[in-house]
Design a protein around this ligand. Structure first.
Ligand SMILES: Cc1cc2nc3c(=O)[nH]c(=O)nc-3n(C[C@H](O)[C@H](O)[C@H](O)COP(=O)(O)OP(=O)(O)OC[C@H]3O[C@@H](n4cnc5c(N)ncnc54)[C@H](O)[C@@H]3O)c2cc1C
Length: 382
């Protein structure tokens, strides 16, 4: 793949960081159900948390291609760290504030988020609402200079540890996307209760929470954009999130490939390395092909975003292909490792559980395909 020297350098730095600071602790932190915030601070100290945001807001000023290479390197070591520190903190929360915030909001929030002095969360999903976000039920009522929020959110990554939460609300019940608004809500706001969701299948070192809003008061200057902009804010932020999630999935496939090559060279059956058996070679060849295809789609989506062209088609193709390919790769990698692949001692079984999570969040595989269908056919099937 054609990359500039600067892009290669970013990838090498992120990969070194992942091997030194993240991979050795993955097992120990696997069942915390609470994101290790110290890792996010170290990412910031190493210059890996600035993302594509301008330097004047504490950003890294890198292009989107470099950013997805960071996501691949970090995500391949820990999809949980990727979820909390990159796709949520930067791609979703950072994009929402940078793209739709006032100058004051950008200056207040971005330097704090990009240095990990504050943790962000992005609260769109609700107990009754996932794939159809225009149906959100959490309401925001205008009361003089404030807004008053009532309702609940579910599945919110970083939800119980976040200092600032981008909360999507309905300002005109029944108006669907036309009434949606996004607010910057403090995590310790009176009337906001947060509960950690436990016993997820995977992404166990990431924090996921349910949020309950009981007349939570938000001052008018914490509205992002205008009332009615919420749906657009969600879509624009999710486009960034889906691109980064595709890159994390590439990291998972690469990790499976590396593990398979190492194990197939060392494990012997029938008097020879299992890598000499043709069906094992087929598995390795399939994982490698998926890895390359997923990486090409992801980097292309990032390139189109860098060029400022509409990228929806590229992004949803990359997200659905890469996350499903990651599930396939992890499933094959377990098969290739035989019984030990089923043990927590090897990293593969956790990657399978994590990859399934990536295929669900920021829109399921089915939703990515429906968006792609709409882009290709010019008619929605939702
Ligand atoms: C680990 C994890 C972290 C998450 N983090 C966040 C977060 O930080 N913030 C946030 O807001 N949300 C978050 N989510 C929620 C996630 O975005 C939703 O789970 C996802 O969008 C799907 O919504 P749902 O679970 O309500 O499923 P539903 O929308 O109820 O869908 C159920 C099934 O129906 C299918 N389906 C729905 N509509 C159609 C259709 N029109 N045609 C065909 N099939 C359809 C879906 O693909 C799925 O298979 C997270 C989820 C997980 C698992």
């Amino acid at each position: 793949m054609q990359l500039t020297d600067a892009q290669r350098m970013v990838y090498t730095t992120a990969k070194r960081f992942a091997e030194r600071e993240i991979r050795p602790q993955v097992r120990e932190r696997a069942s915390d159900e609470c994101f290790p915030v110290d890792i996010m601070r170290k990412l910031a100290d190493s210059g890996l948390l600035g993302g594509p945001f301008p330097e004047q807001y504490g950003g890294g000023g890198i292009d989107n291609v470099s950013y997805v290479l960071i996501c691949e390197a970090i995500g391949g070591a820990s999809p949980s760290v990727f979820t909390a520190a990159l796709t949520v903190q930067l791609s979703l929360v950072g994009t929402a504030i940078y793209t739709f915030g006032t100058e004051g909001q950008r200056k207040d929030y971005l330097p704090e988020l990009l240095s990990a002095r504050r943790i962000g969360a992005f609260a769109l999903s609700e107990p009754n609402v996932g794939s159809d976000p225009a149906a959100i039920e959490l309401t925001a009522q205008c009361d003089r200079d404030d807004w008053v929020l009532n309702g609940s959110k579910f599945w919110i990554s970083n939800g119980s540890i976040a200092d600032v939460i981008v909360v999507f609300a309905q300002t005109e019940p029944g108006a669907r996307h036309k009434g949606m608004a996004a607010f910057l809500v403090d995590g310790d706001s009176p009337g906001l209760e947060r509960q950690v969701i436990t016993e997820k299948l995977g992404l166990l070192a990431s924090n996921t929470a349910a949020l309950f809003f009981d007349s939570v008061r938000v001052s008018g200057d914490r509205l992002l954009g205008k009332a009615g902009d919420g749906f657009r804010i969600a879509q624009a932020s999710l486009e960034g999130g889906r691109t980064s999630t595709a890159a994390c999935a590439v990291g998972i496939i690469q990790a499976c490939l590396d593990a398979c090559i190492a194990y197939a060279s060392q494990r012997k059956q029938w008097g020879k390395a299992i890598g000499r058996h043709q069906l094992i070679q087929e598995m390795v060849a399939d994982i490698a092909t998926d890895c390359e295809a997923a990486r090409l789609l992801t980097v292309e989506a990032a390139r189109v975003r860098d060029g400022g062209e509409p990228a929806t088609k590229n992004v949803v193709m990359a997200k659905q292909f890469a996350t499903e390919a990651a599930v396939r790769a992890a499933r094959s990698a377990i098969a290739l490792h035989g019984g030990v692949g089923y043990l927590g001692e090897y990293p593969i079984e956790a990657l399978l559980r994590d990859a399934i999570g990536l295929s669900l969040y920021e829109g399921t595989t089915q939703i990515q395909k429906l968006i792609l269908g709409r882009e290709l056919l010019g008619m929605p099937a939702f």
